[in-house]
Write a protein that binds this ligand. Structure first.
Ligand code: FAD
Ligand code: S2G
Ligand code: ZN
Length: 477
């Protein structure tokens, strides 16, 4: 029985010939990479968990070049794997076989910034952190932030509908992305690069491509609505004895901080142990079963300090939290955030990591961690829980000294059945990619998946865009 996460047989795409390379070299002189050492990093994902065998890495700089590439590949029946920062975690960003890698890394120009509306228009290959630097100099910020900001690109963020640490305050990319420029499988350029906040003229086509993981079109430019840079930011790091207290603290926090609340994240004591052990990051407060990172972002430091003081006093006196520390200046804010942002990195040092990115009713999110620990007994090295409480998004990670099929068989499908039993989502923000495509039916009805297949067939009839990803192998018609 083939494991659902294994790659299917190679589909009958053509293989790249010398004539193909001559064509690519003509349109991309010096940016048609065939040296195996230079292609290698683009064949392996960030987790080093999946590896493709592409022989060609193309590095276009313009939409026109992307259009020429796709029009040619479509006519030659050559498969294409769009790639941004290659920080994806579900195996969607690297080839499964010899698909041509189309990298947006050289498409990194900012096209326009309107300082009145806050609308930024840029090419898809702009690195998220560079966009943040650009905006912060102009008294604005990006509406999303994630631990991969140093490498991930805005095109990849849109293609995966990335969530991250600011979604609680600024919403999802389905709301903040105002327009997209895309190239379809046949090379057609679709200019939906609107910068209007409101436009109700016909179907909102860009929404189809947000979260489509490179399977419906290549995103070449993005326009996105950016918020003003807050004048006053505070970060609070709190400790709780139980998850029930953590949830009550979340409710209290929403009520007392209201509109200045910009993030509410958690990590458990197992995460803290990994941070201490592998990254030598000290715990800034006493040891607790649960830790909370709360961020406020406002326009008046005095007003915010007063609100935060009232909230902390209530949280402490009602003994919802057992310890805490507050940061108002940059360095300490960064240090507290790194405890949440670097859990992913700490996990990579703990061993082979089985990652689950689950949406659940918020009161259930930690139940899955405790049930998983009970279910696995001592089969796993570590079982950790952390994530975006405000989004009901748990990151459940299980590590083992090395790849362990018996452990995987104990985890899956248990974790997916558990999630489906409370109508959760088996992928909250990372997408399905290669690894999770065949589990889609735990979260989507078959007629919905069949419709997705029809849309895919309409937009990419030859299936050349990111094959083996997102949609299941056995599309039930
Ligand atoms: P890639 O990894 O290159 O590609 C991801 C997918 O998008 C692939 O399917 C690829 O084919 C497709 N793609 C890329 N560019 C384009 C394009 N221009 N057009 C069409 N398709 C394209 N994710 C979250 O949601 N929230 C988090 O908090 C978060 N934290 C992370 C922390 C760390 C340390 C790491 C390593 C990853 C984290 N991620 C998180 C996952 C990952 O960073 C996101 O999925 C990110 O959006 C991927 O962007 P990328 O540019 O690296 O895309
Ligand atoms: C986060 C990063 C990836 C992971 O830290 O919010 O999305 O699962 C995650 O470690
Ligand atoms: Zn996350």
């Amino acid at each position: 029985k083939v494991s659902p996460s294994a790659a299917p047989e190679r589909l009958p795409f053509c293989r790249v010939t010398e004539e193909d390379l001559a064509f690519f070299r003509k349109i991309l002189p010096g940016r048609t990479i065939v040296d195996p050492d230079l292609v290698e990093p683009s064949n392996v994902d960030w987790l080093k968990s999946v590896r493709g065998s592409s022989e060609v890495l193309l590095r276009p700089q313009t939409t026109e070049e992307v259009s020429q590439i796709l029009s040619y590949c479509n006519s030659r029946n050559l498969a294409v794997n769009p790639q941004g920062g290659n920080t994806g975690l579900v195996g969607g960003s690297v080839p499964v076989y010899d698909e041509i890698i189309l990298s947006t890394s050289l498409m990194n120009k900012i096209l326009n910034f309107d300082s009145i509306s806050g609308v930024l228009t840029c090419q898809a290959g702009c690195v998220l952190e560079n966009l943040s630097f650009y905006l912060e100099e102009r008294d604005y910020i990006m509406p999303l932030d994630l631990g991969a900001k140093g490498s991930c690109q805005i095109g990849g963020n849109v293609a995966t509908n990335a969530g991250g640490l600011r979604l609680l305050r600024y919403g999802s990319l389905h709301g903040t992305v105002l327009g997209l420029e895309l190239v379809l499988a046949d090379g057609q350029v679709l200019d939906c690069l609107s910068t209007l906040r409101k436009d109700n003229t016909g179907y909102d086509l860009k929404q189809l491509f947000i979260g489509s993981e490179g399977t419906l079109g290549v995103i070449t430019a993005v326009s996105i609505l950016c918020p003003r840079k807050p004048k006053s930011v505070n970060v609070v790091f709190l400790g709780c004895e139980t998850f029930e207290q953590l949830l009550k603290t979340f409710q209290l926090c929403k009520g007392m901080l209201g509109e200045i609340l910009s993030a509410f994240e958690f990590l458990d004591s197992e995460c803290m142990r990994l941070l201490n052990t592998h990254l030598k990051l000290p715990n800034p407060i006493s040891d607790c079963p649960f830790y909370i990172v709360i961020e406020t972002s406002g326009s008046d430091p005095t007003h915010d300090a007063q609100k935060l003081h009232n909230f902390l006093e209530d949280a402490m006196t009602s003994s919802l939290v057992s310890d805490g520390t507050v940061a108002t200046e940059e360095a300490k804010i960064k240090a507290l955030w790194s405890l949440r942002e670097r859990v992913t990195e700490a996990l990579t040092h703990d061993g082979f990591t089985y990652k689950y990115d689950i949406s659940l009713p918020v009161e259930r999110i930690y139940q899955l961690v405790t049930d998983m620990r009970k279910h696995l007994g001592n089969q796993a090295k570590s079982v950790v829980g952390y994530g975006h409480v405000g989004d009901g998004n748990l990151h459940l990670n299980v590590t083992s000294p090395s790849k362990d099929p018996a452990l995987l068989a104990a985890i899956e499908p248990f974790v997916y059945e558990w999630t489906a039993s409370c109508r959760g989502s088996i992928s909250a923000e990372h997408g399905l990619g290669l690894k999770k495509r065949n589990y889609i039916y735990y979260s989507k009805q078959s007629q919905a998946v069949a419709l997705m297949g029809n849309i895919k067939a309409m937009l990419d009839p030859k299936g050349i865009l990111n094959p083996y990803k997102t949609l299941p192998d056995n599309l039930k018609q």
